[in-house]
Design a protein around this ligand. Structure first.
Ligand code: IMP
Length: 200
């Protein structure tokens, strides 16, 4: 049996690379660009869960394909969970990773509690059914960005127990301990345990 075709309901090239590394052995992975989707997928909800579902159902309802969406965010304890669902646009429009990082560092200036977590909510759609999977990683926000791998807040996020930021790790190293990788483990266990595609 060939691999199940899976469309990624995300337009973030970095996420696509990470997800291919995490799932490429199991699925025949395609992107929504191949479906001709040019506009930005909607994410107007007030939680990561809502936005994740919104992105998957946008693709599922139009193309009836098996797909997987990813909505993620950074929650900083001293900022009451901000930027959270607004992580991508923390410093305003248009989305700008470097400006977001600068704003975060400025907001935390002089604050001792640097604790934060990254969260990912995946939504998997197959033949009208939706399933969601969550992953998180705890860490601290460093005051000077380090490293040039990854994207978003990676240069200022240092996972607990490590002395390097995500941007100082290779993608494979990051995937082994990060929020997205952890959510993917749950998704992969679900597919295995439910023998989801075995009789298809
Ligand atoms: P989304 O595309 O709505 O899920 O926005 C996620 C935003 O959160 C991104 O634009 C990044 O700023 C941030 N983010 C999500 N995942 C990561 C990650 O793995 N590393 C760094 N930043 C991330």
């Amino acid at each position: 049996m060939g691999k199940q075709r899976l469309y990624l309901a995300t337009q973030n090239q970095h996420k696509i690379e990470e997800i291919k590394d995490l799932l490429g052995d199991l699925f025949d992975i395609h992107t929504v660009f191949e479906l001709g989707v040019q506009i930005e997928l909607p994410e107007t909800g007030s939680s990561l869960q809502e936005n994740s579902h919104q992105k998957a159902s946008y693709i599922a309802s139009r193309f009836s394909v098996t797909c997987l969406s990813d909505d993620s965010g950074l929650e900083v304890h001293a900022l009451g969970g901000a930027p959270g669902v607004y992580s991508a646009r923390y410093a305003g429009e248009p989305k700008d990773d470097a400006a977001n990082v600068r704003k975060l560092i400025a907001e935390l200036d002089g604050i001792l509690d640097r604790s934060a977590r990254f969260v990912t909510v995946l939504t998997f759609h197959h033949e009208g059914q939706y399933f969601s999977f969550e992953g998180e990683v705890q860490g601290d926000i460093v005051s000077i960005p380090r490293g040039d791998h990854g994207f978003g807040y990676d240069p200022v996020f240092q996972p607990a127990g490590y002395d390097r930021t995500f941007a100082e790790m290779t993608m494979v190293e990051k995937n082994q301990l990060a929020h997205r990788g952890r959510a993917m483990l749950k998704f992969k266990s679900f597919i295995d345990e439910a023998a989801f595609f075995s009789d298809k």
